[in-house]
Design a protein around this ligand. Structure first.
Ligand SMILES: C[S@@+](CC[C@H](N)C(=O)[O-])C[C@H]1O[C@@H](n2cnc3c(N)ncnc32)[C@H](O)[C@@H]1O
Length: 336
């Protein structure tokens, strides 16, 4: 008969169910988290021995655990978390499926899996997110860059190339700094002033500018929209991805976003347009006569933002650009 011994050495690390009778998930978590510690195997004729689980076994268990916790891309996220703990790329994992994990590695992984199952976005757990092919550090208090925002960077770089002009740009509501920094990396002569009202965002954006080698050309300032830029313009490129979720929509967002990402980066008031009104008032003072303004918009309110821009600049050319999923995502305003 197979004898499964009691394990005492790592009991403190095991998260266990919180209260009440065990749910299906907590029963599964119990056995999975315990199984991560050791696995009993029949290795020789009738004798049993304790053998650490291999990376592949842990990956499979982690995926099942996340899946049962409601995580959609469970396999991918299990790979990302495991690779993060081991300091490997996801590809490296595939080359090391047979290796065992050390107890400190397992402890780290357990903690990440438990927090992911509680809804925390993977980017906050790993502390980074790729954007426009660049690695940005992120942490709680700063919006995680979204792939659809890459369209703003693509358009900015395309306009610069077409006009052969040096970008003197402003990125308003910079967050992690992803828009302004990606533009500065893509256009080596560009100079960008990036602004955010959140001190955490300012700190993270500065650190990303340094990490990505553009802190000499990207200046990050704290304040509300254009206020810290008084006397620094005019700018021939202004980009912004302001908050654009209505207060009501905010409550219905998926919990990972609603409960963990900063409300300051999302909440755009009753009609989802408050930041655009504030911004547009200030943009008129900052923009050069021939400036290009690129504003990310919620596709449901693209027309409403275009109307606000037209009211500010009746003679400007307005164009709405679609993101890869075909939705109107960026409003381009060409002055002059
Ligand atoms: C939707 S997030 C965009 C962040 C980043 N640009 C991106 O694309 O990932 C909006 C950002 O605007 C900032 N913000 C909100 N109100 C602001 C204000 N009055 N002045 C400056 N920044 C503001 C938030 O802190 C947040 O970082």
């Amino acid at each position: 008969m197979l004898h499964i011994p009691q394990f005492h050495g790592v009991a403190g690390a095991y998260p266990g169910p919180v209260t009440g009778p065990p749910s299906k998930l907590s029963r599964f978590s119990n056995s999975f988290f315990r199984a991560m510690e050791v696995l009993v195997r029949d290795v020789t004729g009738g004798r049993h021995q304790l053998v650490p689980m291999t990376l592949l076994e842990i990956l499979r268990g982690s995926k099942d655990y996340l899946k049962r916790s409601g995580v959609q891309a469970a396999r991918l996220e299990a790979e990302v978390l495991l690779a993060h703990v081991l300091g490997l790329t996801r590809l490296d994992l595939y080359l090391q499926f047979d290796r065992p994990l050390t107890e400190p590695e397992l402890t780290d992984l357990r903690s990440l899996l438990r927090r992911r199952a509680g809804g925390m976005p993977v980017a906050y757990l790993t502390g980074e997110r790729e954007f426009f092919g660049l690695r940005f550090s992120v942490r709680e208090g700063v919006l995680i860059p979204r792939p659809e925002s890459e369209l703003v960077v693509e358009l900015a770089l395309a306009r610069q190339a077409a006009g052969a002009r040096t970008i003197v740009g402003a990125d308003l509501g910079t967050g992690s700094g992803c828009l302004g920094i990606a533009i500065a990396v893509g256009a080596p002569s560009a100079r960008i002033d990036a602004v955010d009202i959140s001190p955490t965002a300012v700190q993270v954006a500065r650190s990303n500018a340094a990490q990505l080698g553009v802190s000499d050309r990207v200046t990050v300032l704290q304040g509300s929209w254009g206020q810290p830029l008084a006397g620094r313009g005019p700018y021939n490129l202004i980009v912004s991805n302001p908050p654009y979720v209505t207060s009501l929509e905010l409550m219905a967002l998926e919990p990972g976003v609603r409960d963990f990402e900063p409300k300051l980066a999302l909440d755009a008031g009753r009609d989802g347009l408050v930041p655009y009104r504030d911004l547009l008032v200030e943009l008129s003072k900052l923009a050069a006569p021939d400036a290009t303004v690129l504003l990310e918009v919620d596709p449901r309110r693209s027309g409403a933002v275009a109307k606000l821009a037209w009211e500010s600049w009746p003679s400007a050319a307005l164009k709405l650009h679609r993101d890869p999923s075909g939705r109107e995502r960026v409003l381009e305003v060409t002055l002059g």
